[in-house]
Design a protein around this ligand. Structure first.
Ligand code: TYM
Length: 335
């Protein structure tokens, strides 16, 4: 994978949850182990598109850095840093604001969801968020971007921006057109309270998600209380249609055991949810307990966590700065 460069980002807006872990961070670790060149960013500039208390932003950034390391990312192998410390992100984002079209932004479903009914009150940053995301990726000429299903549309927009820039300035292939990596069984983990909604940090009920920092009793309780239906586990995948909660629990089990959904269905077919929930809770505790303990340990040494981010941003700048310089030159900015 030598010529591949991986980039991905996570917002430091609170605890990471099981969706972030199975859909993204676990994949980040897999890619790191495949010897790809990996750049993983805590996107603090994206985080402030919604109001963040300054103190919380600082704490959450360090907490997500700790979670990255506790999940198996290594600062010597991957580049781990926070976005605001590499100026190329914001500068390239401005250029991409001038490349992207308003019509493209108007199609972004995540803006519509996040802005809610009162769009007029949303920040301008939330609206042009995808141009910053394109800048994150293209500032490194990244070729592959591991993400969960919900980021697919933003990745398509990144590809459109790369193509339009290359075309407008007649620099074919200057920005590589990056490929999304949306892999694994759990690319869209759903809420434990409503299987039609994505598991998310912004959902009001904490019972809707498993956080990487949840204590083991709480994990067990959240799984026991997870919404289900009155039927037993079916024999075939097709019979899960219109049973989103059942499908979600089976999908989480599959992802944790590296099995396909069909294989998991075979294990549980004919049983009730009690058995699935008990086995799932045990699995989750086995997987998350060491991560939880490591996060707590790492958070005791904030100086170390800050040094990881500082070193990471220095390495990131070495890659991004010359690409930004070249971009200015292509555009015709006088130096
Ligand atoms: P964020 O912080 O919302 O989520 C981080 C990653 O977790 C994935 N994810 C999920 N996967 C499966 N099931 C879920 N329920 C679930 N919820 C979240 C997300 O798809 C994501 O991969 N815009 C991005 C951050 C970003 C970024 C980037 C990503 C900024 N710049 C450049 C890739 C490349 C976001 O808000 O992710």
């Amino acid at each position: 994978m030598a010529e591949n460069r991986i980039f991905s980002g996570v917002q430091p807006t609170g605890n990471l949850h099981l969706g972030n872990y199975l859909g993204a961070v676990k994949r980040f670790v897999d890619l790191q182990e495949k010897n790809a060149e990996c750049i993983y960013c805590l996107v603090d500039l994206h985080a402030i598109t919604n109001w963040q208390e300054p103190k919380d932003l600082t704490e959450n950034t360090l907490e997500v850095a700790a979670a990255f390391l506790a999940c198996g990312l290594r600062e010597k192998t991957s580049i781990i840093f926070n976005q605001s410390q590499v100026k190329a992100h914001s500068e390239l984002a401005w250029i991409f604001n001038c490349v992207a079209r308003i019509g493209w932004m108007n199609r972004m479903t995540q803006f519509k969801e996040k802005a809610g009914k009162n769009k007029e009150a949303a920040s301008l940053g939330l609206y042009c968020y995808p141009a910053l995301m394109a800048a994150d990726i293209l500032a490194y000429h990244a070729t592959h971007v591991p993400v969960g299903e919900d980021q697919k549309q933003h990745l398509e927009l990144t590809r459109d921006i790369a193509l339009k820039f290359n075309n407008d300035f007649k620099v074919p292939n200057f920005f590589p057109v990056p490929e999304p990596i949306i892999e694994g069984t759990a690319t869209r983990v759903m809420s434990l309270r409503d299987g039609t909604k994505k598991m998310s940090k912004s959902e009001a009920s904490d019972m809707s998600r498993i956080n990487l920092t949840d204590e083991i009793d709480l994990i067990a309780r959240k799984i026991q209380k997870a919404k289900t239906d009155a039927f037993e586990i079916p024999e075939k995948r097709e019979d899960l249609i219109n049973r989103p909660e059942a499908e979600n629990l089976l999908t989480i089990f599959s992802s944790l055991t590296n099995k396909s959904l069909d294989e998991t269905i075979k294990i549980f077919c004919g049983s009730d949810f009690k058995r699935l929930k008990t086995e799932l809770a045990d699995l989750l505790i086995e997987e998350l307990k060491p991560i939880n303990q490591e996060v707590k340990k790492l958070l005791k040494d904030k100086t170390y966590l800050k040094s990881v981010l500082k070193e990471g941003s220095e390495k990131a700048r070495v890659i991004a700065d010359p690409i930004l310089e070249k971009t200015f030159e292509i555009i015709g900015m006088v130096k």
